[in-house]
Ligand binder design. Structure first.
Ligand SMILES: Nc1ncnc2c1ncn2[C@@H]1O[C@H](COP(=O)(O)OP(=O)(O)O)[C@@H](O)[C@H]1O
Ligand SMILES: O=P(O)(O)O[C@H]1O[C@H](CO)[C@@H](O[C@H]2O[C@H](CO)[C@@H](O)[C@H](O)[C@H]2O)[C@H](O)[C@H]1O
Length: 501
């Protein structure tokens, strides 16, 4: 079988590892995309990280194709092709058509060994890859290792730039293992030493999940694993800013995320207030460090009115997509109207860079009540990057975590065996109330500001978050829709329906 003419060979930069030496032109070889498009149109919407769920993919545009590892004739060893593709989709009833850009690591082999069967994308019936099998490259340890090698020996490769923190040494041989947890992106753990997050939906501009941990590391903050290496598109003069594509950071071996810890505590009917208090302190420390390291702002009347209007607009859009929200709309909206009213009355709020999507799945703790660490500073993946990078009130993060304690309690009710004394749901509500209070106290102790002193702002952000969660669950986990819906009822002041009591 001839070597697939994937790419045009280019001169190898001296900084790059010797094996992978081939770079493509920006738009890839003729016929590549047409032959992959039918396979991608079927495969992409099934991926957990695909952001355009519920709308058809009508076409693709190739942004770049870069051969990270050439596939030799006959395909005896795998090849790895890095793709950035735009997926065109019609608008939802309330939205514009979209053409989100996705990052795909395409494995190429003559035949796929059975152990890689779950990674299959398909067999192109034409174009340069005809006769080969293409698959999710990150699922193949041999190919994941190629990415680590790139980061170990940084430099430019065609449209891609690999960067390593000068003080970091990355060992040559670390066994890769794809993370199987529910994720918005894809991560690979290397030998329990490093974890590489490969961003899936990418956009121009520095991703806050690189920007914020780097800035925090420079303040000496140890609550956040500090980036060891990363890769992005290479800067091109006069064009859009680089896209951040992936970040390598130390793996916190032996840690468990807050979501698992909270569910375990709930299953044992155990107290979680000490853990929540420590987590409140950790959150405050990270907020203080971000305020030190990055620009801050003051939100005055126009910004507060815009914020309240944006929250109302998100409520309308979510209600258009999820009819169950409809009846609650007028009462939920009062939270946003009250916020705008305070802005008109002259109230101001300090704003700074924040985590942006803080919940129990974003905090890790090592065994034996070790220190809490915060991860995943990407913000809510569905919001535009520019919006996620704007200074915002810290209360927004706190509201996110408070919602998460509620989430854990509501999921425990769903998971738990029928309570023998009929008080199970009530006890889980008590658990959520005391845990929420402990978190706020811990935060207040370390920061000097108690979030409960901002009840209108907290209510507006909690409501906004619950609305976001309704949309998120409707799109990604429809079985879980009842979880944020119970918060919607509480936040709107409606009594729970009879079957919830
Ligand atoms: N530094 C780390 N050490 C240990 N586990 C980590 C680390 N960073 C992330 N994880 C784990 O990897 C998974 C995905 O991480 P996350 O950054 O939240 O990805 P995503 O943005 O795709 O949701 C989570 O299960 C998290 O617990
Ligand atoms: O972790 P991600 O950045 O992918 O965040 C998204 O997915 C989260 C779920 O995995 C989602 O969080 C919601 O569910 C959590 C439990 O699984 C709960 O702890 C959170 O409070 C709740 O918001 C998050 O909203 C979404 O952006």
């Amino acid at each position: 079988m001839p070597e697939p003419p994937l790419t045009r060979r280019a001169e190898r930069p001296s900084t790059v590892a010797p094996r992978a030496a081939v770079v493509t032109h920006a738009h890839g070889p003729a016929g590549l995309l047409p032959s992959l498009a039918p396979l991608l149109a079927e495969w992409l919407p099934r991926q957990r990280w695909f952001a355009g769920k519920g709308r058809a993919v009508t076409g693709f545009t190739l942004v770049s194709a870069t051969e990270l590892l050439p596939c030799p004739a006959g395909g005896a060893t795998p090849g790895l092709l890095h793709l950035l593709v735009r997926a065109r989709q019609p608008g939802s009833p309330a939205g514009e058509p979209s053409a989100d850009c996705y990052q795909i690591l395409l494995g190429v082999r003559a035949t796929l060994p059975p152990r890689l069967a779950p990674a299959l994308i398909g067999r192109p019936t034409g174009g340069p890859l005809q006769g080969y099998t293409v698959y999710e490259g990150l699922g193949d340890p041999r190919l994941a290792a190629v990415l680590l090698e790139r980061l170990r020996m940084p430099g430019r490769l065609g449209p891609l730039l690999f960067v390593r923190e000068p003080s970091t040494t990355i060992p040559a041989v670390l066994t890769p293992q794809l993370v199987t947890a529910e994720q918005s992106n894809s991560s690979v753990v290397f030998g329990e030493t490093y974890i590489l997050k490969v961003f899936r939906r990418v956009s121009p501009g520095e991703n806050p999940d690189l920007e914020l941990p780097l800035a925090l590391a420079r303040t000496g903050c140890t609550r956040v694993p500090s980036p060891a290496a990363w890769f992005c598109t290479a800067p091109a003069t006069g064009k859009s800013p680089p896209y951040t594509l992936g970040v390598l950071q130390p793996y916190l071996a032996g840690s468990t995320d807050g979501w698992q810890l909270a569910l375990r505590a709930l299953a044992r009917r155990a107290d979680f207030t000490a853990a929540a208090h420590a987590l409140g302190r950790a959150t405050a420390e990270v907020h203080l460090a971000m305020a030190d390291a990055l620009p801050t702002a003051v939100l005055r009347r126009p910004q507060i009115e815009r914020l309240a209007a944006a929250m109302s607009a998100r409520l309308d859009a979510a209600a258009a997509a999820v009819p169950a929200l409809h009846p609650y709309r007028p009462r939920l909206r009062t939270a946003f109207d009250d916020l705008a009213g305070l802005g008109r009355a002259g109230r101001t709020w300090a704003a700074q860079r924040i985590h942006g999507d803080l919940h129990l799945g974003q905090v890790l703790r090592t065994a034996g009540d070790g220190p809490w660490s915060l991860i995943d500073f990407e913000g809510e993946p569905s919001r535009p990057l520019a919006e996620r990078r704007r200074p915002q009130p810290t209360v927004r993060d706190i509201a996110g975590m408070l919602r998460s304690f509620d989430y854990a309690a509501a999921v425990a009710v769903r998971n738990g065996p029928a309570p023998d004394d009929g008080r199970g749901a009530e006890r889980d509500d008590d658990w959520a109330r005391s845990t929420r209070a402990a978190y706020c106290s811990g935060y207040a102790e370390a920061s000097g500001a108690d979030p409960r002193d901002e009840p209108e702002l907290l209510r507006a952000y909690e409501t906004d978050k619950a609305v976001y969660e309704v949309l998120y669950e409707a799109r990604h986990r429809p079985d879980w829709l009842s979880v944020p819906m119970s918060a919607i009822r509480r936040l709107s002041g409606f009594p729970p329906p009879a079957d919830d009591r």
